[in-house]
Design a protein around this ligand. Structure first.
Ligand SMILES: [Zn+2]
Length: 712
């Protein structure tokens, strides 16, 4: 999960999160007293007034906040002096503090304590926030000043941190078309408008095909399916007016277990076909023409900005930097994944043969036989594992890890001394173990509840920067563990424990920030998940296992062979997983580096995959006509490779620790970890920062080993 980006560039990100709808209303309330805009008071140089939150304060607070932010910008553009870093960039960095505070509460309402009442507010504010952000990104006078500062810095470079801020801000504005002439600007805006309509249509079509193709089963067609699946399938059928039948809906969460467990081969084929034909049924919901239009418009838009193709434009500020680098990485992993698929298919074929089945493995057989292989080779009882993963112990494991690597100490703050938005939320003070200096606070909101979004995520209420006064970082982690009955332990799965470490990694990334300007806190899409993924690795280190992975009743340490089983299971079916992922990621890049006039999606997909030797037993994880990451918006367009990119760094960095004299607790390597990979945030070019940590560029070998692939 991506942490929320704050400040500067965040305005653009925010709009895409919130979406667009319409509505308007006049303010009546007096603005001067709105507590959601007020300076934070209390301990730790001020903390959010969560105890004063009220839904009806949100709308006036955000509106007033936007007004004040725009007034700050007006002051910058009204300045008659020649544009400099001091009179343009610094005030931009400081602008909109009231709005930042209001958005902190807005974020809590949208993620942690939402309600129908708040969703109305959200709907009404969305178009206003979008308009507000355009007012900044399209502000000609403002951009003129930024451009002057940027151009001057090209002649006379600024100190490193300042230069990086200027570069990031300038690039961001330029990427949004701020530098275009009037005519091109109009065309740019028209293209964006048309694209946003096409994105909506694309996802609605996929949705329609998900709703329209339901497979109904009779009682005698349930063979192999788990009891829990049958129960929810019966409910899904009843919801659709088919009492007494069982519905396999056309979604991943329904399709995947059905293909894994059902013994009815013909039905598996049908369900598989429905799922992988979404958006591709040659009817009114077919997406092929829409994709062609999207690709052409994207291409035209980046041409206005002077780029050869969409991928080049998109990747310029990513760690990969250009499509060639991303493609190069994928093509290095691809052959090994294919080779592994051959082995997996052969294992499965043997099983099918032994069962006396006269079949050859087809795509709708893969999950089914893979599950049989898994049972045979790697059987792991997840209930047994859970007995050793108790939430309180895991929380102590996080603190231990942070203490060893970051020299942080976590102490619970006195109940009531720091306001919280719900009684479940607990707060810890984070300080330096040696000096005792306060680093910040860590808020944990652990349990699921109505109005809280699903999953787990990390955020900051206040980030660190020198410019904003070096105030303590206010970081938070949010999960959806099931709240236990009083006195009962919270036992979690291995996956959830891993996620708990992952999100804590984001929090440590915030807490350890050591940067001069707020913009340097921003994230780089193919890089920000790396730090948090890396932290996951400490869950299975000996020190954590021996101290914290203990049976909740007997206090016994989790048995070694159980840990080995967990680790071994992680390489299971990696041929399938890597191939289906890479096929999508490679196609994503091909679509955005090929002349769109030459693309007919249906044939393009088939022919490109054929050239790549795609195994016939596997299909793209997301086939083109329903590849929402790429065509229902721009968030992941030419960005799908990013998951693999971050995985390469994660494996490579983890191997640095396992090879170090002190292993995962090597002091010298931990120092470098904090200094180069965490503390600089975006103040250093990620590729350069990584090289400083590792002494060389990342290699893919460790990733190959982690996935059980051969290494040359
Ligand atoms: Zn994450």
């Amino acid at each position: 999960m991506n942490p929320r980006l704050k400040k500067g560039l965040s305005v653009f990100a925010l709009v895409s999160i919130i979406g667009y709808t319409h509505g308007q209303e006049k303010e009546k309330k007096s603005m001067n007293t709105n507590p959601l805009l007020s300076e934070w008071t209390g301990p730790y140089e001020g903390v959010p007034a969560f105890d004063e939150m009220q839904v009806d304060l949100i709308k006036p607070a955000i509106r007033k906040g936007m007004e004040l932010h725009l007034a700050d910008i007006d002051k910058i553009t009204a300045n008659k002096d020649k544009p400099t870093f001091e009179n343009t960039i610094i005030p931009m960095e400081k602008a909109g503090q009231e709005l930042d505070r209001a958005f902190t509460y807005y974020g809590i309402y949208s993620s942690n304590v939402s309600s129908p009442e708040f969703r109305e507010v959200q709907k009404e504010l969305a178009p206003e926030i979008s308009e507000f952000s355009s007012k900044i990104s399209q502000n000609k006078e403002l951009f003129k000043r930024i451009k002057t500062v940027y151009e001057n810095s090209q002649k006379e470079p600024l100190p490193a941190a300042k230069q990086r801020v200027v570069d990031l801000i300038y690039e961001d504005f330029a990427m949004q078309g701020a530098d275009l002439n009037e005519e091109d600007k109009k065309r740019y805006a028209a293209i964006n408008k048309e694209l946003s309509g096409l994105y909506t249509k694309f996802s609605n079509n996929v949705l329609a095909d998900e709703e329209n193709y339901v497979t109904y089963l009779e009682k005698d067609q349930l063979d192999g399916l788990p009891e829990s699946y049958i129960k929810s399938a019966a409910q899904a059928a009843a919801d659709r007016g088919k009492e007494g039948k069982y519905a396999v809906t056309n979604t991943r969460s329904s399709m995947d277990p059905f293909l894994t467990y059902s013994t009815e081969r013909e039905l598996r084929e049908k369900v598989w076909n429905n799922y992988y034909s979404r958006g591709d049924n040659a009817d009114e919901y077919d997406n092929n023409e829409i994709i062609k239009k999207i690709l052409k418009l994207r291409d035209e838009r980046v041409e206005l900005l002077g780029y050869e193709n969409y991928a080049q434009w998109r990747l310029q500020n990513r760690m990969a930097k250009n499509p060639e680098n991303a493609m190069d990485l994928m093509m290095k992993v691809w052959p090994a994944a294919l080779a592994r698929v051959k082995e997996e298919v052969s294992d499965m074929q043997k099983l099918a043969d032994a069962e006396g089945k006269d079949i050859s493995i087809k795509p709708w057989d893969y999950r089914f036989y893979a599950e049989k292989v898994r049972k045979q080779k790697y059987d792991l009882d997840s209930e047994e594992v859970k007995q050793y993963l108790e939430l309180g112990n895991l929380t102590q494991a996080l603190f231990f890890t942070a203490g060893e690597l970051f020299n942080f100490e976590f102490t619970p703050v006195e109940e009531g001394s720091v306001p919280v938005f719900h009684e479940d939320v607990k707060v810890w003070q984070v300080s330096d173990k040696d000096s005792g200096e306060i680093v910040g606070l860590w808020y944990l909101d652990p349990y699921a509840r109505q109005g809280k979004r699903s999953g787990a995520w990390a955020t900051t209420y206040r980030s660190y920067s020198e410019l904003m006064g070096e105030k303590p970082v206010l970081s938070s982690n949010n999960s959806n563990f099931i709240e236990p009955a009083p006195g009962e332990p919270v036992l979690v799965s291995w996956d959830d424990a891993t996620t708990f470490f992952h999100e804590f990694g984001h929090a440590l990334h915030f807490l350890s920030a050591d940067i001069e300007y707020p913009t340097l806190n921003s994230g780089v899409r193919d890089y920000t998940e790396f730090q948090s993924q890396l932290l996951e690795r400490w869950l299975s280190t000996d020190k954590v296992i021996n101290q914290f992975l203990r049976h909740h009743e007997t206090n016994e340490v989790i048995p070694q062979d159980l840990v080995k089983k967990i680790q071994k299971a992680s390489t299971f079916n990696q041929g399938f997983a890597t191939t289906e992922f890479l096929a999508s990621a490679i196609m994503d890049m091909k679509y955005h580096t090929t002349d769109p006039d030459k693309i007919e999606p249906d044939t393009f997909e088939r022919e490109t995959l054929k050239e790549l030797n795609m195994p016939e037993e596997i299909v793209m994880r997301h086939r083109t006509p329903h590849f929402g990451h790429v065509f229902s918006g721009e968030g992941y367009a030419t960005g799908y490779y990013g998951y693999l990119w971050a995985d390469v760094l994660t494996s490579d960095a983890a191997e640095a620790f396992s090879d170090a004299p002190g292993g995962f607790y090597d002091k010298e390597l931990a120092r470098k970890l904090v200094k180069y990979l965490f503390a600089p945030r975006n103040a250093m070019d990620p590729a350069e920062a990584y090289k400083k940590f590792r002494g060389r560029e990342a290699k893919i070998d460790a990733l190959m080993r982690d996935r059980g692939f051969p290494v040359d």
